[in-house]
Structure formats: structure tokens, C-alpha cells
Design a protein around this ligand. Sequence first.
Ligand SMILES: Cc1ncc(COP(=O)(O)O)c(C=O)c1O
Length: 294
Amino acid sequence: MSDTVLPTPLLEVLPNTFLKCEFLHPGRSHKARVARALIEDAERRGKVTRGGGTALIERTGGNLGIGLALEARIRGLELVLVTDPGYSRIKKEIAGRLGAKVVDRGVSHPDCADNEAAVQAILASAPSRFHYLNQFGNPANPAAHEQGTGAELLAQLIGRGHGRDTRVTLVSGLGTGATARGVSSALGQWFREVAVVGVEPPGCDLRAGRYGDHGLQGFAVGQPAPFFPVAELAAVVPVTDGEVAAAGTRLFAEHRVFVGPSSCANVAAVLKWPPASARDVVVSFLYDRGEDYE
Ligand SMILES: Cc1ncc(COP(=O)(O)O)c(C=O)c1O
């Protein structure tokens, strides 16, 4: 097992309702795929080399932070993560233990939206010292999900006998929107009908651009998802804290799978959005591990 990313299995929670088990990557989440892609992109473009004096910088203290810390450690690269108290303390600690320099700005919602400005200030103060990976703007992010998560899922669904006329609905929350974008693009290369249904955290109104302070870390992060405009969503499914907790409890009871809050929210949404007919398949994601949250 020398890779940070592995092919991940599908869990069939209900008939024709699948959850892609992204929490099983050695890099601990779906962002392991993105971390590898962002750093490979930086290396390909000659932005960083081992011992070259340029550090990687990114605004995250969550799953991407862990994935980047692992990749940077393997490659002997320096990594700075700009983060805030909204991210799990455990994840920040894991990234730090792996060797990342974790800079917690100490400001909570809504001021953490300024993490981008904080990164820009660091870049402006020492332009040649850092390479900004920029998950919110880097096309390598959705590409990682198109070529990785999405291509794998496509093969898994075809392998289960689903022909081109199967109607696929992806139920997905949106952070950067890269998972929804990349996976729907890959599936759209084969299936004739692919729809994305958004998962809406408590206190948010995705269509009105309102992002409240909620507990689903990684979803609705205070700005529109750059890679998946809400106008492209076929529908939005709001989930309550109670539904999210109940979905997590049920998933563990029935499948012994312990995942994080945004993954439980996907499960809650899937339970409210079952396949409409024998021609329909519903797919969602289990992004990360429950034990990585306090
Ligand atoms: C726990 C968790 N859930 C969901 C997401 C959303 O993924 P994406 O950014 O691809 O929309 C993220 C991304 O940061 C995440 O860390």
C-alpha cells in the first residue's frame, strides 16, 4: 500500500442507492485525490521542488489539509495551512503531526470568510516564497474527481449492469463543488441523464446565497461553490441536525460505518430522495471518518 489514494468501494444502502466510500483512502477522505492532483499540478508547472525554498500554501484545516500534509511529507515539501476554529481540532492536529505548519487565524463564522484575504496578504508579503494551491480556483480540483472518483464510479455502475438509459442522480453537498462537477462530468460521458441534487445544511439557503453557521464542515462554506453553480442543481434537499444525526446512527447500526457530519448529511438527503423508478440510480459520497471530528 504505497499510495495515498485507493479505488473506493460502493456501499449499497438501499436498492439502487449507492454511497462511494471515500473515507477509506489512506489520505482519509475524498480530498486525498485533490491533494495529490494539486501538488502534481504544482510540480508539473515547476512551481515547487524538494529543497527549492518555495512552500505550498492553502486555506483549509480540514480534509484537504490532511491530504496535502501527507503528500507534502512524502515529497519533502514545505506546507502552510491557513485555517480557523471552524475546522475540526483533530484534523488540524493530524495535519500538524504530518509536518504542515498550521496557522489558525482564530476567527469564527462569518469572519473566517476572510481566510482568502489572509492568504493573499501572506502572498503579497513574500511573493516568491509561496505557491498558492487554491482549491477554490484550480481546475486540477474538479479534474481529480472527473478522472478519479467519477471515472471509478462510472466503471462501478456499468459493472453492475447499468446501461446508458439509467437515470443517475448524484446527491451531493457543495463546498468547492468540485466533487459534484467532476463526478457528474465523468458520468455524463456515458449516461444520457445525470442530475445533481444539492444537500442544504441547516441555516443555509443555497439558492439565495445565504450561508449560516452550521455543523456540516465542508458544505456551504460561506461562498458560492465555484465549480458548481446552484442554478445547475436539479433540486435542493434541506437537512436538519436531527436528520443528520439519525442518518449517522442508522448507517453505523446497519453497516458499522462511522463517518463525518457532511457524509451523514448526504445519507439523510439520500433517504429523502430515493430512486423514483426501476430506471433510477441514486449515488452519494461518504467523504471522511467520524473519528476525525471532536
Ligand atoms: C468533509 C467535507 N465534506 C464535503 C466537502 C465538499 O467537497 P467539494 O469541495 O468537492 O464540494 C468537503 C470539502 O472540503 C469536505 O471536507
